[in-house]
Design a protein around this ligand. Structure first.
Ligand code: NCD
Length: 335
């Protein structure tokens, strides 16, 4: 399916962002049925998603007018872990493109009667599902399902492995704000070891030519992470002046054993972002966080709500990115 590049609905944003570096006319034909991660996508495929998302920005931000490119399609959210942004965003994205959506909640399902994960998914699929959006605590769960289902599978976060649409919306937000990705220095700060957002950011950003620095307490940064082509630091103050973008990651307590750092206060002092630390940064530093944020731990309220922060913009952009992904995976070529 050819990637759309121009949309008649497209208007300039209210606060003009720097122009996005020339969006190369992509004539890429999308062939993948699933989106399981960014690790195995080519740079051209990532650019195609980001370019396609540009066409949906207007639809996500301004108008409530629906399009019908997914009319007759059915998207199911299959979430085995909590979610605020991702699940809602997928539902809204699908509905604005005309699809029907359904939320599956494991509590109250036949999983409690002994039905397996695969059987549950296959039974839901048998009701005529086109795309299943899967979040699970086990790395590889969406990949496993993609081998058993006929429908498209989108990974909405699998353990500490990947969260491709979060990586894409982070990149999309950076590209819209900075006009490019290539040549930028992006710091990923915090719990790198347990963060699927970190891994998707690393794969996506390095493929598109950004320099990635991962920064956190040594106990929260895997030793072999350098194999992914990133720089490693345990000193935020030292790397901050070099960064164009900082992505503040949440400490993933739900995936940690205890005792990986002395105390939350100590962590916040060394790796949290506050106004004083921010003075060491470039004046145009862009501050991201995938959410949920723990105010006062990774980021203080005045910084989270301050002028450098694009945290809510990321959420808005997430809609456009998910519309693009859904459209590429299972949309009609024309309305
Ligand atoms: C992230 C996730 O679930 O991995 N959240 C999200 O999707 N916006 C990050 C997190 O939970 O810290």
């Amino acid at each position: 399916m050819p990637v759309e590049l121009a949309s008649p609905e497209r208007r300039e944003p209210a606060t003009p962002a720097p122009p996005v570096s020339p969006v190369t006319p992509v004539s890429l034909t999308w062939t993948r049925p699933h989106l399981l991660g960014l690790e195995h996508l080519g740079p051209d495929e990532i650019v195609a998603i980001l370019d396609s998302a540009e066409n949906f920005v207007n639809l996500s931000q301004r108008t409530r007018k629906k399009r019908s490119v997914l009319a007759g399609r059915v998207m199911v959210n299959l979430f085995f872990e909590p979610s605020t942004r991702t699940r809602t965003s997928f539902s809204l994205a699908a509905r604005r493109l005309g699809a029907d959506t359904l939320d599956f909640t494991p509590g109250g399902s036949s999983l409690s009667k002994g039905e397996t994960f695969i059987d549950t998914a296959k039974n839901i699929e048998a009701m005529g599902v086109d795309v299943m959006v899967v979040r699970h605590s086990s790395p590889g769960a969406p990949l496993l399902l993609s081998g058993h289902l006929q429908c498209s599978v989108i990974n909405a976060g699998d353990g500490a492995h990947e969260h491709p649409t979060q990586g894409l919306l982070d990149m999309f937000t950076i590209r819209r704000r900075k006009g490019r990705l290539e040549g930028l220095t992006v710091g990923l700060v915090g719990d790198i070891a347990h963060s699927r957002v970190a891994r998707s950011n690393i794969h996506g950003l390095t493929k598109l030519g950004a320099h990635v620095i991962v920064c956190g307490p040594p106990t929260l940064v895997p030793r072999n992470i350098t194999e992914l082509g990133v720089e490693v630091s345990d000193n935020l103050d030292a790397i901050l002046p070099r960064c164009d973008v900082i992505n503040m990651l949440r400490i993933q307590f739900e995936r940690q054993r205890t005792g990986l750092f002395p105390s939350i206060r100590e962590y916040a002092r060394l790796f949290g972002m506050d106004s004083e630390r921010l003075r060491k940064a470039k004046s145009d530093l862009l501050l991201l966080a995938p959410g949920p944020i723990n105010r006062g731990v990774e980021i203080t309220p005045e910084v989270a709500d301050g002028p450098h922060s694009a945290i809510l913009e990321q959420v808005t952009n997430g809609l456009a990115v998910r519309m693009a992904v859904l459209h590429l995976l299972c949309g009609q070529p024309t309305e």
